[in-house]
Design a protein around this ligand. Sequence first.
Ligand SMILES: Nc1nc2c(ncn2[C@@H]2O[C@H](COP(=O)(O)OP(=O)(O)O)[C@@H](O)[C@H]2O)c(=O)[nH]1
Ligand SMILES: [Mg+2]
Length: 307
Amino acid sequence: MVFKFFKKSFSSISKSSSILGRKLRGLFQRKIDEDLLEELEEILYEADLGVSTATEIVDKIRENAKKNPKQSSEDLLAEIKTDLLEIIQTNIPNEEAIKIEEGPEIILIVGVNGSGKTTSVAKLAKHYHKQGKKVLLAAADTFRAAAVEQLDRWAKTLDIDIIKGVTEADPSSVVFDAVTAGKARGCDVVLVDTAGRLHTKQDLMQELQKIRRTCKKVIPSAPHKTLLVLDSTIGQNAIDQAKTFHKHTPMNGLILTKMDGTAKGGVVISIVRELGLPISYLGSGEGIDDLAPFDAESFIDGLLAGD
Ligand SMILES: Nc1nc2c(ncn2[C@@H]2O[C@H](COP(=O)(O)OP(=O)(O)O)[C@@H](O)[C@H]2O)c(=O)[nH]1
Ligand SMILES: [Mg+2]
C-alpha cells in the first residue's frame, strides 16, 4: 500500500526533475574539458542545487577525469548520485523518535499562505488513517472562512473528525478544544492546520508560540512535531522562509510541496545543506495521495532520471 502511494509520487517527481537528468546525459556525451565543466556547473546551478554543491561536484568530476578520462555518461551520473547522497546523509539529522507519554501525538503544520498546508494536512490525515491510526483534524486557520471550509471538505471526504472554531475565533482556542478532544476520544494523532498570514510576520510568529503554549496546557510534552510546509517552486526563497520560521519556532521537519511543478527539484539539496532539518515528506500533486515520505535515494534517482 505504502509502496504504491510512494511510487506514484516518485514518478511525478522524476518526470518534473528529469530535465536535469536529460541535460546531464546530453552533456556527458562529450569529452570532459574545462568548457564542459563550466557548462556542468551552470546546469547544476540552474537546477537550484546551490553554489557549494555545484562547485563540489564539478571539482570532483574534474579530479576523477584526470585519473580516468574514459568514463561513460552513466559512470559520471553515478558519481554525482553518490555525491548528492552523501550531502543529504551528512546534513540531515536522524529524526528523533518521539516518546508520547500521554494522549495523542500533536502535529502542527505551519508555513506561509498558499504553500500547501491545508492540502498537506489532508494528505497526512489519509496517510495516518491508512496506517490504522485514529486521526483528528484541527482547523486553526480561523482567519479565512474558506480555509476552514476547505479542511472541512477534506474531513468529510476522508470521513475523519474535525474540530472547527467560528470564523475569526482565536486559533489557540480551536487548538485547545482539538487537543482536549483528541485526548478524550483516544485519538492517535491530532493534525493542526494553521494560518499562513496574519497582519505582520511578528503576529504570525507570536500566534504560533501561543498555539504551542496552548497545546502544553493540555499535554505538557505537546506539540510533538512542528512541520514547516515549503513550496518548492519558489526555489532558494524557501530557504529564507524556513530560516524565519525556525528562528521563532523550532521545526522538526519539512514538507516540500509542488515537487510536480518544479524544474528546480535540486532546491531540496540546498535546503538540506542550509537548514540541516529532516525532510519528512514530499508533496507531488493536488490529489490526496500525492504525498510520500522522503527517501534520499529514490529522490536522487528521480532527480537524475533520464526520461
Ligand atoms: N501541484 C501541486 N499543487 C499543490 C500541492 N500542494 C498544494 N497544492 C495546491 O496549492 C494551492 C494552495 O494549497 P493550500 O493547501 O490551500 O495552501 P495553504 O494556504 O498553505 O493552506 C492549492 O491549489 C493546492 O491544491 C502539490 O504538492 N502540488
Ligand atoms: Mg490553508
